[in-house]
Write a protein that binds this ligand. Structure first.
Ligand SMILES: Nc1ncnc2c1ncn2[C@@H]1O[C@H](COP(=O)(O)OP(=O)(O)OP(=O)(O)O)[C@@H](O)[C@H]1O
Ligand SMILES: [Mg+2]
Length: 601
């Protein structure tokens, strides 16, 4: 169904059904992340209620002091004065303490929620299959993990606190006003009318502009990431000027929407202050008359003024909360979408263990298409005997790498099955499959760390001797010793930078140390010079004994060590025999081999 997972992420207009589903999905996620901290949320709520009630109690006590304690004191009785001042003092201190506790407590809760969500998102994104990562670009993965998590964090950290305290503060103030002096409260109510319109105007405009800032900053990040990750191509094709101009325009957009937001504040804040001051003036005027008439105590009037003056203080935060809420909500929608994605290559529920790992591979009626729908392998049958060394050759785009990726189970076939020692790959646990089948590709990715650590990835328990003998076997030992710190050289530091061919040698050593039952080499020696490749192949011959090997190479020198050559074209096998027979024949391989031989002399 198209409503699943990340599919709707880019869609602007969703129908009711889709909206409902996405809302439910984010609510569900929200429930899940809040569940472990539920009890602590109640404690924070209790703390914030207490702190705001104490804060609002202050002016009330002042009214009591002015209207009751002072007259008493003038007639010589200081008891009430001392008591009320003591209460005022106590309330202020307690209010400060509860606020401090609340802030600390709430921050801890929000950090814990974020910690859980961050880990869960990472784990899940990493678990998703290659297919997901091919379509969902790394830029989007980064955005989920950074800016989206940040907007949720912002809401939890400040937005939520401020909203809850702000609403409670206004509510308690209103209650205090109603009880102390209902007519001042009525004046407050009237001031709500201009406040309402001003706030609505502000909110609408900030919402639009905040959305624009988010879009603008996302574009900025994507452009930046693209330029910097492709910096070599940028330089090689002299794209600097063009990229700079584009970046300049994006920055300008970003700047102007930000300026717009600041202008909005420039109107809203003074507006709030003005409404507040006018309200205070009316409270003062109306209250003053009544004090003169003797209907109202001066203390009550002063506390009403204090209430009216600070009543609107939380308004700005409340208006902003809506924006924070909106962006956190859209972040939650996107993150819940990613979390809803299932690996397209799922781990089996009940894995079947390979009794004897021998390395027999079997393709039965396999049909395979990538997610774009183009069929790469129409109907594929192949059996590779345990221990066989197979050279897989064929034109570019024939489907050789696809075949290799199916054996490594990066993908599952659309139809038919791939078997290892008679067990469907779908039924083998990931761990066992990774131990049994190792693929070395052209990319030869090195992780940050030392050369030795990179080799030991193939076998985390490997000793230094094992690492070195693996390196010796593939002819990498010599060049590694010539690095500044030998095996301890950091591959990302200056001096540790290795060439493409050296990288391949390291990843070769990594594969050998893993000692897999099935080894797949996909153009794994393409960057090596001829002598180094020979060297690797000499090593291969001994190391491949008792192992199934599939070697994909355009340089046909591989063929000399193969028991069997398979020639592929358009996803089909067109020739399949021993190298000697194929070379002696008149088929495609004989021609390829002749052309290759001729090119060598
Ligand atoms: N990730 C992918 N998504 C969609 N199509 C793909 C993907 N990878 C490969 N293809 C397509 O599948 C076909 C076979 O590709 P494959 O990589 O298996 O070829 P190959 O035989 O390894 O070629 P080469 O010798 O150039 O490495 C090609 O037509 C290619 O366009
Ligand atoms: Mg390939």
């Amino acid at each position: 169904m198209s409503m699943q997972g990340v599919q709707n992420e880019e869609k602007i207009h969703l129908n009711k059904e889709e909206q409902k589903r996405i809302r439910q999905r984010s609510l569900k996620l929200l429930g899940e992340i809040v569940k472990p901290v539920r009890a602590r949320l109640f404690v924070s709520l209790a703390l914030v209620i207490t702190s705001q009630a104490l804060r609002v109690a202050g002016p009330w006590i002042i009214a009591l002091i002015l209207d009751q304690a002072l007259p008493d004191a003038m007639s010589g009785n200081f008891n009430t004065l001392y008591m009320l001042v003591g209460v005022y003092f106590g309330a202020s201190i307690l209010s400060g303490i509860t606020i401090a506790f609340f802030l600390r407590f709430a921050a801890k809760v929000s950090q814990d929620v974020m910690f859980g969500l961050r880990k869960r998102l990472f784990r899940h994104t990493q678990k998703l299959s290659v297919e997901f990562h091919e379509t969902y670009t790394s830029g989007r993965v980064i955005a989920r993990q950074t800016s989206d998590l940040d907007s949720i964090k912002e809401l939890l950290d400040s937005g939520g606190n401020e909203m809850v305290s702000g609403i409670l503060y206004m509510l308690f103030t209103a209650i205090a006003l109603v009880t102390l002096d209902p007519s001042s409260f009525m004046i407050m109510l009237v001031s709500f009318i201009p406040l309402f319109f001003l706030t609505r105007w502000f909110q609408r405009n900030t919402r639009i502009n905040y959305r624009k800032t988010r879009v603008a900053s996302a574009k900025l990040i994507v452009h930046f990431v693209e330029t910097m990750t492709g910096i070599r191509a940028v330089k090689a094709f002299r794209k600097e000027k063009r990229n700079q101009d584009t970046y300049g325009e994006l920055v300008e957009d970003y700047r102007s929407v930000n300026a717009k937001v600041i202008q909005l504040f420039g109107i809203y804040d003074p507006g709030l202050i003005m409404i507040g001051n006018i309200t205070v003036a009316f409270v003062l005027l109306w209250g003053g008359f009544r004090v003169l008439e003797g209907d109202l105590g001066i203390g009550v009037l002063i506390s009403c003024i204090l209430y009216a003056r600070s009543f609107y203080d939380p308004m700005e935060n409340l208006a902003m909360f809506y924006n924070a809420y909106q962006s956190a909500n859209s972040a939650l929608e996107k993150i819940s979408g990613v979390l809803e994605e299932e690996p397209s290559v799922p781990e089996p529920q009940k894995p079947v263990s390979l009794a004897h790992r021998r390395g027999k591979i079997n393709f039965q009626n396999v049909q395979f298409a990538y997610s774009n729908g183009k069929v790469v392998l129409p109907n594929f049958d192949l059996e590779i005997k345990a221990g066989q060394t197979v050279a897989l050759v064929g034109t570019t785009g024939a489907g050789k790498s696809t075949l290799a990726k199916l054996i490594s189970r990066f993908y599952d076939p659309s139809q038919g099955r791939v078997e290892l020692d008679g067990v469907n790959l779908r039924e083998i646990s990931d761990d066992e499959l990774r131990e049994t089948v190792v693929m070395v590709t052209q990319e030869a990715y090195l992780f940050s760390g030392t050369v030795g650590e990179n080799i030991a990835l193939g076998k985390p328990t490997a000793s230094q001797e094992e690492i070195e003998s693996a390196a010796k076997a593939v002819g990498a030992h010599e060049f590694i010793l010539s690095l500044p710190d030998g095996y301890a050289t950091d591959v990302n530091k200056r001096g540790g930078r290795v060439s493409a061919g050296q990288r391949q040698l390291i990843s070769f050593a990594r594969a050998f140390i893993a000692d897999p039952t099935v080894l797949i080499l996909d153009e794994a020696t393409s960057s090596l010079d001829i002598p180094s490749e020979r060297m690797v192949q000499k090593g291969l011959q001994t190391l491949l004994a008792g192992r199934t090997a599939i070697i994909i190479a355009h340089r046909l020198s591989t063929v000399s060590i193969a028991d069997r050559v398979i020639v592929m074209e358009h996803g089909k096998i067109i020739e399949d025999d021993t190298p000697a027979k194929l070379i002696a024949g008149t088929g495609k391989f004989a021609k390829m081999h002749k052309a290759w031989r001729d090119s060598l002399v």
